[in-house]
Design a protein. Structure first.
Lengths: 68, 357
């Protein structure tokens, strides 16, 4: 849970930096790169979700191992 | 032992289809070109009776390739002025000269004219409110000869598939497939979640609580992503990450209610009480979501394209080429959500097995 929020805050705070630092680039060619940013956020969100689920399952596996 | 509901769908085919459909949306949604449009026009003001030379900057236009470039200034469908001379400076720059008539068909201080451009490569496209013309003090009833009407003109039509050009939105119209579809998928997943919550309250089967909470978890993840992607989109269209737009605030409220669902869920130690509480809460949260997201934003005006009033999925906001990718995107994101929630359900069932052993 803790690491999930850490990744989430990194995602949250990196977008303004990205938008300010490379404003001109992101706005070039009809703002197409903002669509790329949106797709990256979508992908990252799903990746973080799967990572959390992975850890949950690892915990369960360890529990089963201990019981045996 | 609790009996298991048959929510798990066997096989790899549906998971693969979700990925393939999403790939289609990703590739098609990024590769289909945007239609032609106008980014800037100088000058933007003129006085009636003047001769005005407009310098037009286009986007995705083919001004030099086209042989038959035409331009009109349009007051309404019965009143157009044709450019008397047109010169293309480059593919994206065009100069069009107009003689503005002294007299206008209606009486006003300022007339707002749209610019209609037409050529055989790009087809016909319109820039609304392109030129503001101040009226002369003398207004005569007799119209001078420059005015034409819409019906004699044969416009070209652009071949092939392309997304509509909207000013401000530009290429970000593609976000429809990734941001708007996310909300639709979220709603479908929440609906499944609330159906299983009701099922739990009726039968008291703990497995239904596992299913309900898993679907809600994935849906809330989609909701958070929806807020984040919407925030980035807003930065590039409305120039701010967050506005006081009703739709934004109401979805934020709805999402906070759902986040409270997980916080309060974690507080209950007793399995039975937790399940009962979360089933009740998710029904409450879902019934709160409907007016917050679907009703209130329609009662007032919203910055969202096609909001205020009753937009539905019709009209000019969702064009047929957008539909080709928008609906598949909803399906793909829903399938991927189903997949993720099934993984959660399986994990939580194993956890339940360990606890009850």
């Amino acid at each position: 849970m803790n690491s999930f929020f850490r990744v989430l805050t990194v995602c949250l705070f990196s977008t303004p930096l990205l938008a300010q630092g490379a404003e001109d680039f992101l706005r070039s060619t009809g703002k197409i790169y903002s669509v790329v940013v949106v797709i990256c956020i979508l992908f990252l969100g799903i990746a973080v979700f799967l990572y959390r689920l992975d850890r949950k399952i690892t915990k369960l596996e360890n529990q089963i191992k201990h019981e045996q | 032992m609790t009996n298991k509901s048959s929510i798990l769908i066997n096989g790899i085919w549906w998971k693969a289809s979700g990925i393939i459909i999403f790939l289609y949306v990703l590739i098609g949604g990024m590769l289909v070109p945007l239609g032609p449009g106008v980014t800037a026009i100088t000058p933007s003001n003129a006085v009636a009776g003047d001769t005005v030379v407009l310098e037009i900057s286009g986007y995705n236009t083919h001004f030099t390739d086209a042989q038959n470039c035409n331009a009109w200034l349009k007051l309404d469908s019965n009143h157009l002025i044709k450019a008397y001379s047109i010169r293309s400076l480059s593919q994206k720059k065009l100069k069009a000269a107009f003689v503005l008539p002294d007299s206008f068909p209606s009486v006003a201080q300022v007339y707002t004219l749209s610019l209609v451009l037409d050529n055989e490569f790009d087809g016909v496209f319109i820039q609304p409110a392109a030129l503001f013309v101040s009226a002369k003090t003398v207004i005569s009833d007799a119209l001078s000869g420059e005015w034409k009407n819409n019906f004699d003109i044969v416009f070209h039509e652009r071949q092939g598939i392309f997304f509509p050009y909207r000013s401000i939105l530009n290429e970000t119209i593609r976000n429809t497939f990734f941001h708007v579809a996310l909300w639709f998928a979220m709603f479908i997943l929440l609906l499944i979640g609330v159906v299983y919550a009701i099922k739990y309250l009726r039968k008291g089967n703990y497995d239904d609580d596992i299913i309900s909470s898993s679907f809600t978890a994935v849906a809330v993840m989609y909701g958070v992503l929806g807020i984040l992607t919407g925030s980035v989109w807003a930065k590039f269209t409305w120039n701010t990450f967050w506005t006081n737009d009703v739709k934004l605030n109401m979805t934020a409220v709805a999402l906070l209610i759902y986040l409270a669902y997980f916080v309060l869920r974690g507080m209950h130690q007793d399995q039975d009480r937790r399940a009962k509480f979360s089933a009740g809460f998710s029904i409450f949260a879902f019934t709160a979501l409907i007016p917050l997201v679907f009703v209130i934003p329609r009662l007032t005006d919203s910055l969202h394209p096609g909001n205020g009033g009753n937009p539905a999925l019709g009209g000019e906001d969702l064009d047929n080429t957008l539909r080709m990718f928008f609906y598949p995107s909803i399906i793909a994101l829903t399938i991927m959500g189903l997949w993720m929630s099934q993984l959660m359900i399986r994990a939580m069932r194993i956890k339940d097995n360990i606890l009850t052993r």
